[in-house]
Design a binder for this molecule. Sequence first.
Ligand SMILES: [Zn+2]
Length: 424
Amino acid sequence: MIDTHVHVEFQRKPNAESSATGHTYGLGLQMLASAGATTVIDLGGSMETLRMAIEARGSGINVGGLGYLKPGETVPEGRINYAQIEKVVNTAMDAGSIGVKLWGGYYPFTPEETSNFIRAANEMTAYVAFHLGTTETGSRLDGLREIPSLLGANGRVHIAHINAYCRGSILPVEEEIIESLQILTDLRSQIVSEVHLARPNFTLGKCDPDGNVLADVCQNCLSLKGYATTADGLRSALMDGYASTVEATSAGLILVSGKRGVELFNEGNTDVQMSFPVNNSTSAFQLTVAKNSQDEFIIDAVGSDAGILPRNVNIEQCMQLVKFGGLDPLELVMKLSLNPAKMIGLENKGRLSEGKDGDLTIIDPIHGRAVYGVVAGRLVMIDGRVVGNGGKILTTQRGVAAVEETGIPYQVIDLTKAMMYAGR
Ligand SMILES: [Zn+2]
């Protein structure tokens, strides 16, 4: 199982005082291996946290990373020009990342800046993924409608979790699904994409000093059910069980709401992970199985958008779709292995034949879950228990010097072979 959309660590900087995120380095890698992943892409992190995760609790799986783009941290504050944008992408590539991740739903740039980030990444054949939204649109259907103007005739991009833009916030869900599939079909040569199949989403609860929720995604979730987009609105949603936050327990990370949820929210001074059961199963399933007139999947892969987020359900949910008849078993392999390998340009993965890498995920067909994980011929997981350690970093030629310094094994990948550049 190759997962092109995971989060090895939480987006925000770890806060030792927060019980929700303290001492979790590597936990995401453990959770991924436990769920059957063998190769993953950390969609918006840093090589520094990736190194720390592998050193602390690597699970033996392969990991590539996209550098996150956040004003004040990896990007200069204020409006930025093309030269500055190029420099930011160069910095990520030189650090060993395979590209960059635009986090429009959290840290939106102007349409022009967004377009420039994509162009700069494309010009250096870097991977570029986009969680939709600019200063003009949101992480909704309007974000998808904006894509043609952002890409122009030649732009290439990986659009994250298409299902997250089909929650019925602009049109009825069914109509949002149809329009999204049409946009993806029209831009088939320019876009690669994935869907996740989990009901809970994840976002940030952080509020400004006046108590207003900052994240666009979090605001939308509150508004959907008529809650105020404030810290008090979040507290009410937590008490009602609509919102949850994350707590680390000996059994791993879990979702918590009610009184304990409010306690964690207050302890973290609002700056905590929040989750809402907003992902619509109709849109997730329909987007996953949708095909074009050539009988090809319109959306290339299923990606978990999990890892450290407790919803590593790729295999369970795809197996449900197999049982339901939405996917046949080989199509499940296409969604979870072959297409993800092609998306990253990994010619030695995603298929099982002589000379290819010995990476396998064995699924129990009765219970519909991964029971063995094998990376390079070595067992990394047995029945959910992680037995692998360490890991291998996927990087590009430009990142070799930086990754060599970490002492962690690495593999150089050639992104000219990646689906967004090489085609399907
Ligand atoms: Zn994500």
